[in-house]
Ligand binder design. Structure first.
Ligand SMILES: NC(=O)c1ccc[n+]([C@@H]2O[C@H](COP(=O)([O-])OP(=O)(O)OC[C@H]3O[C@@H](n4cnc5c(N)ncnc54)[C@H](O)[C@@H]3O)[C@@H](O)[C@H]2O)c1
Ligand SMILES: O=CCc1c[nH]cn1
Length: 485
């Protein structure tokens, strides 16, 4: 037991914890030490069946409530999450290794924001009245049914809530499968939803890797799948869902550009580049990992960046003075080390970092490469670790063209004092989520998602409602029916 509020079993099904030790054991490793802190079991077919049966039953009753009644439960869950922010944050730190300094503000807090936001919206979900000159039509916004959420490991609480909150607000039920790397936090969210008044079966959590995910997606009781994960997984999940014409949301990876012009406020630009590459030790999908810096300010940018990186405090993630944690797993650390080696091999200049820290756990120093060129592996592939690639450019058109030369399109950012240029550049960049003189802000009121290979659909904001509901159109004739015979 790592913490007194640690979940008490592997799964949460039909309003209660559930164990089935026939499932393959999955070790839960604390990234800061490498120690095993818990073991969960992958869901057996019996567990998956129980979860889907419970969800289908709960959904039909839940959909009959008014939106305001549903919203009240979500808002109560948001309040409980906020009251328990510290214990949820500690659990998130154990699950991911992210520093408590971060988890206290970015994880359960964002989950609470989502539950509160969609709880507030639930009562206002309506259709429209369409006058047709005598006859008329109306639309009704209906839930999809049972939705499946599949999560990545970087933000386990936030990802579960960003999917559950709009799904439940619209009258759906959910079966959520966390990443096998971070199985703990979603279980606590399920517990809190029950405490807040969600009926048994409305939000279920089952563990497992890809096999469990595929079993959920291919079940005929499932109407929609929302995945947060990598592009290769997205292809498989999208294909499986398409076979039965299921709705999808795909929140996938990226290799996002951050453009820094010579007229930018340098201090803010350096701060933005730090947030775009090193927060959560670089394990954020929307990170601006291709940092295009205008040649005239490149030296000043690199000098100030190197200076500010001296402020990194790597250490025990539970110590609130620590601001830089480990990679989530040994496997992820090895992947990132492989990319660092590739960067050196392909001729990028290592400015700082590039090494493991001399301590237990999966710590890698924040790493900056300069003189990176577009063809290098570290400029093309998502690394998902603390590795910044700095590329230089001469002018705006060149920077935009090179920024867009990628199959991804999750996010993009620009730092400039020229307001016209800021909007012109953002208008030309192919990305779903953009930032001007900022980076990586993710308020729940703003739609979040990507274009191209980075995804389909949007999370958060009113936009998410479109992805968790469908319209029924009803034509109403006010007079007699005229038929030709
Ligand atoms: N766009 C976003 O909002 C967003 C947010 C966070 C992370 N990500 C992306 O997630 C990736 C990192 O997370 P990861 O390593 O956990 O990703 P991953 O693709 O390896 O796994 C994601 C989830 O999919 C499951 N899965 C794997 N194979 C599956 C299959 N065949 N069928 C069904 N489910 C399957 C995994 O068990 C896990 O729960 C990065 O690419 C990152 O950019 C995207
Ligand atoms: O990791 C992707 C989602 C996200 C972006 N910012 C915070 N969370």
């Amino acid at each position: 037991m790592i913490y007194e509020t640690q979940p008490t079993a592997s799964h949460y099904v039909d309003g209660a914890y559930l164990e089935d030790t026939d499932g393959t054991p999955i070790p839960v490793i604390y990234a800061a030490t490498g120690a095993r802190i818990a073991t969960v079991h992958a869901a057996t077919p019996a567990v998956i069946d129980r979860a889907l049966t419970a969800a289908a039953r709960a959904q039909s009753d839940w959909a009959r409530l008014s939106g305001r009644e549903r919203g009240r439960v979500l808002i109560r869950a948001a309040q409980i999450l906020r009251e328990r922010n510290r214990e949820m944050s500690v659990l998130e730190t154990f699950d991911t290794g992210k520093p408590l300094q971060e988890t206290l503000v970015a994880d359960a807090a964002s989950a609470a924001d989502a539950l509160e936001y969609f709880g507030g919206l639930a009562g206002s979900l309506t259709g429209e009245h369409i006058p047709l000159g005598g006859d008329w039509a109306y639309t009704m916004r209906e839930p999809l049914g049972v939705c499946v959420g599949i999560g990545a490991w970087n933000y386990p609480t936030q990802i579960a809530a960003w999917k559950a909150a709009p799904a439940l607000a619209c009258g759906n039920a959910m079966v959520f499968k966390p990443s096998e790397v971070t199985p703990l936090c979603a279980l606590k969210l399920a517990e809190i939803l029950t405490e807040a008044g969600a009926p048994a079966g409305l939000f279920n959590v089952v563990q497992g890797a890809g096999e469990a995910g595929q079993a959920l997606i291919s079940d005929p009781r499932v109407a929609k799948v929302s995945l947060t994960g990598s592009v290769p997984t997205g292809r498989k999940v999208y294909a499986a869902a398409a076979a039965d014409m299921k709705h999808v949301t795909m929140e996938l990876g990226g290799k996002s550009p951050l453009l820094i012009f010579e007229d930018a406020d340098l201090e803010n630009a350096v701060g933005g580049a730090i947030l775009a590459n090193f927060y959560s030790s670089g394990q954020i999908c929307s990170n601006g990992t291709r940092v295009f810096v205008q040649k005239s300010v490149k030296q000043a940018f690199l000098a100030r960046l190197t200076e500010r990186l001296k402020g990194v405090v790597m250490g025990d993630p539970l110590d609130e003075a620590t601001n830089f944690g480990p990679m989530v797993s040994e496997a992820q650390m090895r992947i990132v080390e492989g990319y660092i080696a590739k960067g050196v091999e392909e001729g990028a200049r290592l400015v700082t970092g590039g090494k493991r820290a001399a301590r237990d756990g999966f710590f890698l120093a924040p790493t900056v490469f300069a003189d990176v060129t577009d063809g290098m592996t570290i400029a093309r592939e998502e690394i998902f670790g603390p590795v910044m690639a700095v590329l230089d450019f001469e002018d705006e058109d060149e920077a935009v063209a090179r920024a867009n030369a990628t199959e991804f399109g999750l996010a993009a950012g620009v730092f400039t004092r020229d307001i016209s240029r800021a909007h012109r550049v953002i208008g030309a960049l192919k990305a779903g989520t953009c930032f001007i003189n900022s980076y990586n802000d993710a308020p729940v009121e703003m739609p979040f998602g990507g274009v191209g290979m980075s995804g389909v659909g949007r999370e958060n904001a009113k936009a998410a409602i479109e992805h968790y509901s469908q319209l029924k159109s009803v034509y109403v004739r006010m007079g007699d029916v005229e038929a030709p015979y």
